[in-house]
Each structure stands twice: as C-alpha cells, then as structure tokens.
Ligand binder design. Structure first.
Ligand code: SF4
Length: 173
C-alpha cells in the first residue's frame, strides 16, 4: 500500500467532482451549482474548459479539491451501466462517488495511523479495517449485479470512525 493508492487520476474519471458535488458561489467557487448538475465549465470530454485559469477566474476551490482517487474508482465501477442515459443510474453513480471519497479519506487516515506506535490489539484492528476498505475501494465488479458495496461501505466507515475515536483516547497525537 502506498501514496499512489490515494492519487486522483482525472484522465480515468467522468468529471465526477465537477458534476456530483454542490457548490455555493463564494470566493472559492464562481457560481452556484446544484449537486448532480454539470459545472458549466465542464466540457463534453470531462475536461475543465478553464483548467489553467481556475484561480484567476475565482475557482481555486477546484484547485484545492482532492478526491484521493475516488473519481476514477467510482467511474470504473459504473463502466458497464448506462449512467449517461438513465438519470437514476447517474444519481447512483454520484452517490457512489461520495461513498468512495469517504472510503479513500478513511483509507488515508488508517494508512497514516501506521506511523503511530499502536498496541498490538489496536494495530490488528487498524490492519483489518484497512484491508476491508481496500477490498471495497479497489473492487471493480464484473457485472452490475455484483456491485453491492454500498451497505458494506457504510458499515466499515462507521466501524472505522469508532475505532479512530477510541484511538484518540489512548494515543497522544
Ligand atoms: S471550474 Fe472546472 S474544475 Fe471546477 S467544477 Fe467547473 S469544470 Fe470542474
């Protein structure tokens, strides 16, 4: 496991952060955007039309945002589904992107916790939780029917959050 597992690859993503997320107009994002609606700077090939000028044009929130590789993972999971033609499937894809972002954030937190000197019982839980998250985040279903990670993802996130809360009580950061 390495930092490469947490790197975004926009070339393999369907512009999910530019579509799925909602933004209010602010000094970090130049216009109001509803969740599930494409940003009007997003081109049909999922490239940003103002990529080189985002800061200059008031979109430095986009520059700072990092999905930690959630985008290409969610896109791969839905590769065999008609999310372009079916709004219900598209909404499921956007929800998956949200889940994948949380899983990748938790993956990062649990990887970082490897640097702590954890007691063996805590280290065992850390490794087990990380292994479950990796299995979910890196799984690409062979068929849409095999794609049922949402309940498992929610469950492991809840367990990992509890674990990190417990760790905070016993480890001095
Ligand atoms: S400004 Fe560019 S990077 Fe930001 S949401 Fe719009 S298309 Fe995406």
């Amino acid at each position: 496991m390495s930092q490469a597992d947490l790197e975004a690859d926009c070339s393999r993503c369907a512009g999910l952060c530019c579509v799925a997320l909602a933004f209010d107009r602010s000094d970090r994002f130049g216009h109001d955007k509803l969740a599930g609606e494409p940003c009007y700077h997003l081109a049909s090939d999922f490239r940003c039309k103002i990529h080189a000028r985002r800061e200059e044009l008031g979109y430095d929130g986009c520059v700072a945002f990092d999905c930690l590789g959630a985008g290409q993972r969610a896109t791969a999971m839905f590769a065999q589904r008609d999310w372009r033609g079916d709004r219900t499937v598209a909404l499921a894809l956007y929800a998956r992107f949200s889940l994948m972002t949380k899983l990748q954030e938790m993956r990062q937190a649990l990887m970082t916790a490897a640097d702590l000197e954890l007691a063996p019982e805590h280290e065992a839980v850390r490794v087990a939780l990380l292994s479950r998250i990796v299995a979910l985040a890196d799984h690409v279903p062979a068929t849409p029917e095999e794609d049922d990670i949402d309940p498992q993802g929610a469950a492991v996130l809840a367990e990992a959050k509890q674990f990190l809360r417990r760790l905070a009580d016993v480890v001095s950061f």
